[in-house]
Design a protein. Structure first.
Length: 443
């Protein structure tokens, strides 16, 4: 790496003996990687949108069965659960999300997605979920082939519908923990436009919570040449959009992190017709539930106030369609995972953690039926070395800002490097939570 590469995290210590166990387990990785690569290529070419992951789920399910896992399909939609019991010890849940996005791929890769829905909508794995899923299966395979090196139970979860923030909760509502047992630790990882082979961990809040808000603004339609006869919902909507920008800049402290983005604004169908209503959809991101409540209240107050000022015939409808909780790492578990990664990959592979404004439904797995379940979530770099070196900028932040990130049609992980490091990182994290074993376990 050059001088602009992320700097290592100081002061991490390694759990004793883990590296030796990891060597015993990961000696099987070279034999597993061709299957992992084939799965990744297949999933990337054939992505499926949230709630439609039937093909992907079956690819995961039969591969887990082939490695000796007890597999259950269709848990909370297309969710897959694989159990591998290997003596007394903790239960560790490894999670990978399987869904893709309505994004048109522009990478030009030979295995680029050309999938489209029946309505002609493009589909792409533009968020790395194909990497997550392939590495999940790879880690499951090497653990299954090295049961003399660990004790406990591995619970592999292929999760649907992460992009809509519905899949994790749906699996829990379908009895994930009641049917298969409450885990002692939940582990997950996500791709990031950092150099391949590097990892980012953050104690406490690592990703913001989110809310999806819909505003329906009512006006009075008229001919476009007679605006005086109307209450124009387009102008009303524009006023609302501009006023919403003051929530973060004026209603919150500069020390409170939040994002309010209007991603959809629909109104009218003809140039000479003033419509009766306008529809806005927003995403809200905050690192604190109390701040989220204040932001949502401000959105409703602004929408109602602008509607009244415009003389709207009735107040707007304000709906919170769904919410995702703050992704908060358990401090002890996160340190254990980070120290394990430091021992296996070296301290230089660890970069300082920063708050990510994107959101996840992974935190739902921390909501156990009787008590919270410790969760740890980290980011893995997937940018090819040459691409990182050539990216404009002199600091890591500047380089990341100039690289395609998640949800971009140009998002293209380093295939070989990402799959190997992703399998290793998930496996090593699992071993840090499972009991060690120096002798074979009866199966």
């Amino acid at each position: 790496m050059n001088d602009a590469a992320p700097q290592p995290v100081p002061g991490t210590s390694a759990p004793s003996g883990l590296k030796a166990r990891a060597r015993r387990v990961l000696q099987h990785l070279d034999a597993v990687l061709p299957n992992v690569d084939a799965l990744y290529g297949d999933l990337h070419e054939h992505p499926e949108l949230s709630g439609h992951e039937a093909r992907t789920a079956e690819e995961v399910a039969w591969r887990l069965e082939a490695e000796g896992y007890e597999v259950t399909r269709d848990v909370g939609g297309h969710g897959v659960v694989g159990l591998l019991r290997n003596g007394d010890g903790p239960t560790v849940l490894l999670r990978g999300d399987m869904d893709a996005l309505p994004v048109e791929e522009k990478t030009g890769l030979p295995y680029a997605s050309r999938e489209r829905t029946e309505d002609g909508e493009p589909v792409m794995h533009a968020c790395g979920h194909d990497v997550h899923t392939a590495c999940l299966v790879g880690a499951a395979a090497v653990l299954a082939r090295s049961r003399d090196a660990w004790r406990g139970t591995v619970m592999v979860v292929g999760q649907p519908a992460e992009e809509t923030l519905q899949g994790a909760k749906a699996m829990l509502d379908a009895g994930l923990y009641a049917r298969f047992g409450t885990p002692d630790a939940v582990l997950g990882q996500h791709t990031a436009p950092l150099p391949v082979g590097t990892f980012m961990h953050r104690e406490g809040v690592t990703m913001m919570g989110s809310a999806h808000v819909r505003l329906r603004l009512f006006g009075r339609g008229a001919h476009g040449a007679q605006p005086e006869l109307s209450v124009d919902p387009v102008v009303l909507g524009a006023s609302v959009v501009m006023r919403l920008q003051t929530i973060v800049s004026r209603a919150l402290s500069p020390l409170e992190a939040a994002v309010v983005t209007v991603g959809q604004f629909q109104a009218g169908s003809r140039a000479n017709v003033i419509p009766d209503e306008a529809l806005l959809e927003l995403t809200v991101r905050t690192e604190d539930d109390a701040v989220q409540a204040r932001v949502l209240a401000a959105i409703e107050r602004i929408a109602k106030g602008e509607a009244a000022a415009s003389g709207a015939p009735k107040p707007p409808q304000v709906e919170v369609l769904n919410r995702g909780p703050v992704n908060r790492n358990d401090p002890e578990l996160l340190r254990r995972v980070r120290d394990a990664h430091a021992e296996w990959f070296g301290h230089d592979a660890l970069v300082p953690g920063v708050l990510v404004t994107a959101s996840e439904d992974f935190p739902f797995f921390g909501q156990g039926p009787e008590h919270p379940v410790p969760t740890a979530y980290w980011f893995m770099g997937i940018t090819p070395p040459r691409v990182w070196e050539e990216a404009p900028g002199t600091t890591p932040q500047e380089k990341v800002a100039n690289l395609p990130g998640p949800h971009s049609g140009l998002y293209a992980p380093d295939r070989a490097g990402s799959l190997r490091s992703g399998c290793e990182s998930l496996t090593v994290a699992a071993l840090a939570c499972l009991h060690g074993s120096d002798a074979p376990v009866d199966h």
